[in-house]
Design a protein around this ligand. Structure first.
Ligand code: NDP
Length: 278
């Protein structure tokens, strides 16, 4: 069988880096992409091919995919893991910041999809894994832009699955709960910067407190390897599920959203955002 070729975005850190290593160990030719060259150098040492790519920069995405095709002639797997959490109240967060996060979390994934699909369609096989979040299924205060981006990614993945299934291309969504990576710290920094001082300070403190638990070894945040295992399962399964909720409480929280009325879920989400100190 031809060696399968995988492109992983967000490979300089966290979930993407773990997925790149795990797929490499399974015999895939793996390309890892992100902006930070020094971090990518660490992956190169493990035999992963890397290139710098900013998913908001069309020239950089186009050149990256072209490079893979020039070298290998094919692409079998795309894992869209690049993403971050811009948290803060809508009142205080610049709309341009929200727009930029959508460029990374949503449009970057769509542009990459657009570029790899012609090759996958030609091969009549391929798999696109979009790393969403439980935030793509639920909601909470001060996460309007982030959860909005992940909700968008969820439904766009569903639409794509129906468009691409006819060509043998699977589209799969992975929904992590809390994961111990750089993500929670970056999100906590954002919520403190955007909303830590003004009228939303109390909620911001509660949200940041929950996120900072990731720095304490709390079991609410699973290691990136746990999510990477879920992604590898999605990549290698003969017939993948459409969704893989992974990590602490992910399945339960998503189920709760469906079981509870909006009012009841509102109370739960507000209580969670209150933290222990408020
Ligand atoms: P990390 O912060 O550890 O990794 C995020 C990755 O995204 C980095 O490699 C970063 O690379 C890359 N990235 C960010 N902006 C850009 C950009 N403009 N262009 C290219 N790459 C970019 O977080 P995780 O590994 O945890 O996050 C991976 C995915 O999982 C994200 O989509 C996140 O939303 C999702 N997720 C994470 C959860 C968590 O608790 N950690 C929970 C639920 C979902 P660089 O800065 O070098 O470009």
């Amino acid at each position: 069988m031809t060696t399968q070729v995988a492109l992983i975005t967000g490979a300089s850190s966290g979930i993407g880096a773990e997925v790149a290593r795990k797929l490499k160990s399974k015999g895939y030719i793996v390309y890892g992409a992100a902006r930070r060259a020094d971090r990518l150098a660490e992956l190169e040492a493990d035999g992963i091919r890397t290139f710098e790519m900013d998913v908001t920069d069309d020239a950089s995405i186009t050149a990256g995919v072209k490079g893979i095709i020039d070298e290998t002639g094919r692409i079998d797997v795309l894992v869209n893991s690049a993403g971050y959490g811009l948290l803060g109240s809508v009142e205080e967060t610049p709309v341009g910041d929200g727009r930029h996060m959508f460029e990374v979390n949503v449009f970057g994934a769509m542009r990459l999809t657009q570029l790899v699909v012609p090759y996958m369609r030609e091969q009549r096989s391929g798999r696109i894994i979009n790393v969403s979040s439980i935030g793509g299924k639920i909601y909470s205060p001060l996460t309007t832009y982030y959860n909005g981006s992940k909700h968008a990614l969820e439904v766009m993945s569903d639409c794509l699955r129906l468009e691409l299934g006819q060509f043998g291309i699977d589209v799969v969504v992975v929904e992590p709960g809390g994961v111990r990576t750089e993500w929670p710290k970056i999100a906590a920094d954002h919520v403190e910067k955007n909303s830590g001082q003004g009228p939303y300070a109390r909620q911001a403190r509660g949200v940041a407190e929950g996120l900072r638990l990731s720095e304490t070894g709390s079991r609410r945040y699973v290691p990136a390897a746990v999510v990477a295992d879920g992604i590898v399962k999605a990549v290698t399964a003969k017939k993948p599920k459409t969704r893989y909720p992974v990590g602490y409480g992910a399945k339960a929280v998503i189920r709760l959203r469906w079981l509870l009325s909006d009012r009841a879920f509102d109370s739960l989400a507000l209580r969670a955002a209150r933290g222990s100190g408020a």
